[in-house]
Ligand binder design. Structure first.
Ligand code: 13P
Length: 250
């Protein structure tokens, strides 16, 4: 069976003290009521990660980004090796905010994915269309292109260690979530595309998360879709009770 995953992407939120408090609340709630069906991942700022990873018992810790290069003169960048060395197990690659605000192309993201895998971390590779692309019926082509340019250079062995997240840009932070039918349609399309590139076994074992206004109220319905294997949660991951409720939606 595919791994079920609920990951909280904190984005650029919380001071260290606030973050530590939130992290401790999540740990306490999960210690009382462990998550038996889904893996829980907390993805805070880079600079909180080393500290959180040392304290983590019921969650894994991940990063929101990593450098596309291995090491060297890249002022301000954080390498995959650095992240791994302080306890990160996952790295988000290709979030739509990185793609649009920081002009990250599929070619750069392909290198970041490679870096994560070379350093024994699981990339959570994000794909998804804008509203304009959906309205002009280009969404399936866009998703296919993001996959083929961002992750389909990977060997089958590497791809097996990769997690995907479908995050329609129009649903991120807007309160407008994809309906479960819309999510299922795209997730099934993604799985079919993986099968065409690799094979059925690899397609069936790939965890595909949904992200975009997923919350404690709608998670159960979204997660009930046969091809939705979890969630990448933004806003609702900043409240311990809501985040843990989403984890327990499986
Ligand atoms: P929201 O849950 O706030 O819509 O954000 C989703 C997201 O971008 C997670 O990576």
């Amino acid at each position: 069976m595919r791994s079920k995953i609920v990951a909280g992407n904190w984005k650029m939120n919380k001071s260290y003290q606030e973050g530590l408090q939130l992290f401790s609340e999540i740990e306490t709630l999960l210690a009382k009521q462990p998550s038996s069906n889904a893996k829980a991942i907390v993805i805070p700022s880079f600079i909180f990660m080393a500290d959180f990873a040392k304290q983590a018992k019921n969650v894994a810790v991940g990063a929101q980004n990593c450098a596309s290069e291995q090491s060297g003169a890249y002022t301000g960048e954080v390498s995959a090796l650095m992240l791994k060395s302080v306890g990160a197990e996952y790295v988000i690659v290709g979030h739509s905010e990185r793609r649009s605000y920081y002009a990250e192309t599929n070619a750069v993201l392909a290198k970041k994915t490679e870096q994560a895998l070379q350093n024994s971390m699981t990339p959570i590779f994000c794909i998804g269309e804008t509203l304009e692309q959906r309205n002009s019926n280009k969404h399936l082509d866009i998703i296919k292109q993001q996959l083929s340019e961002g992750v389909f250079h990977l060997s089958a062995e590497q791809f097996k260690k990769t997690v995907l997240a479908y995050e329609p840009v129009w649903a991120i932070g807007t309160g407008v979530t994809a309906t479960s039918a819309q999510a299922q349609e795209i997730h099934a399309f993604i799985r079919k595309t993986i099968k065409e590139k690799y094979n059925e076994e690899i397609a069936e074992s790939c965890s595909i998360l949904y992200g975009g206004s997923c919350n404690a109220q709608n998670a159960k319905e979204l997660f009930a879709c046969p091809d939705v294997d979890g969630g990448l949660i933004g806003g609702a991951s900043l409240k311990a009770e809501d985040f843990v409720k989403i984890i327990h939606s499986f």
